[in-house]
Design a protein around this ligand. Structure first.
Ligand code: AHG
Ligand code: MN
Ligand code: MN
Length: 314
């Protein structure tokens, strides 16, 4: 397989690949800036302070120093990119306006370091980014023009889509992202499941769905990190992740703008599905920055089965 004249696909770096995708120069620039910022997040993860920051985020959750540092790294990069007008972060209380001019600009919603509480036990963590055209961040996920995640695991990988399929890049010895998978596709159903939350707080429909999965032979795979757990379902092309409604939190735990919309965009682009138990995640109209939602995401037949067991409600 040869891309850029004479290069094998494993030598094509992110910028060259994006230029071949016939997308706007501003979006190429934005995606490359996000990729560049991730290199400084890697350094923060590997050398940064593992303690608390002494502050809390939009959700009242105690922030780790790494959350705040990663957020600052990414925000600065976006702020000075020249192509971003509004920024929202899981770690910022409100929208950060860079410009009011929507012309050729994007708005970005991101989770700078998802799973940050796993760094001190050396488990994989990630950065999640959703990209919208213009300056409105409260659009449905269906309106996104791109989504990216960077997975800081044994290898560092970057997975993105701009609506023309899903691509994976892996960081090489020179810290360049080079193409390692293209047009990633998911199977209709799979044999792994990733159940978030406390089982004793599951509703009856979710409990029955889990029993169905186990009876069909699905294996439980759950790390507690949304990015590695989703990456496993996507790259193996099989399985379903869920963070359901719980008896004491009907909207589950995960955040619509910063976690669910970007991942739902990527998984749908790979032929999978993502629902809140009733309707597609990407069709949810956001009412606030801090909105949460239950989620079932992965192979489309498994996600459809979840909807049947939940029968319109949890
Ligand atoms: P964050 O570190 O950004 O707050 O996200 C943590 C999330 C997500 O990574 C994962 O799927 C979920 O928390 C795990 O929650 P539980 O520990 O309740 O299973
Ligand atoms: Mn998160
Ligand atoms: Mn986070």
């Amino acid at each position: 397989m040869f891309g850029e004249a004479g290069k094998t696909k494993f030598q094509i770096d992110l910028r060259q690949h994006l230029r071949d995708q016939n997308i706007s120069g501003n979006l190429v620039h934005l995606l490359c800036e996000i990729a560049e910022a991730s290199k400084y997040v890697i350094n923060a993860i590997r050398t940064g302070d593992l303690g608390v920051a002494g502050t809390s985020n939009l959700y009242g959750e105690e922030q780790l120093a790494l959350d705040v540092l990663s957020d600052r790294i990414i925000r600065k990069r976006l702020q000075h990119s020249g192509v971003v007008c509004n920024i929202a972060s899981e770690e910022m209380e409100e929208i950060f306006q860079v410009s009011s001019n929507p012309q050729g600009m994007f708005s970005v919603a991101y989770d700078p370091l998802d799973g940050s509480s796993l760094v001190d036990v050396n488990l994989a963590v990630g950065t999640i980014v959703g990209i919208y055209q213009g300056c409105d961040l409260l659009q449905t996920g269906r309106k996104m023009v791109g989504a990216v995640y960077i997975l800081y695991g044994p290898r560092v990988s970057l997975v993105y889509s701009v609506g023309k399929g899903v691509y994976e890049f892996t960081m090489n010895q020179l810290m360049e992202f080079t193409l390692t998978r293209e047009q990633i596709r998911m199977q209709p159903s799979g044999d792994i499941y990733s159940p978030g939350g406390l089982r004793k707080k599951y509703c009856e429909g979710n409990e029955r769905f889990i029993r169905y999965l186990e009876e069909k032979g699905s294996k439980l795979r759950y790390s507690g990190g949304f990015v590695p757990d989703i990456n496993q379902v996507l790259i193996k092309g099989k399985g379903v992740f869920m963070y359901p409604a719980l008896t004491d939190s009907p909207n589950g735990k995960l955040r619509l703008l910063f976690e669910l919309n970007p991942m739902a965009f990527l998984i749908e682009q790979a032929g999978g599905a993502a629902t809140n138990g009733e309707s597609p995640i990407l069709d949810i109209v956001p009412e606030s920055l801090d909105q949460r939602s239950p989620i079932y995401i992965g192979c489309r037949e498994d996600v459809e089965k979840a909807r049947e067991f939940l029968n319109g409600g949890c």
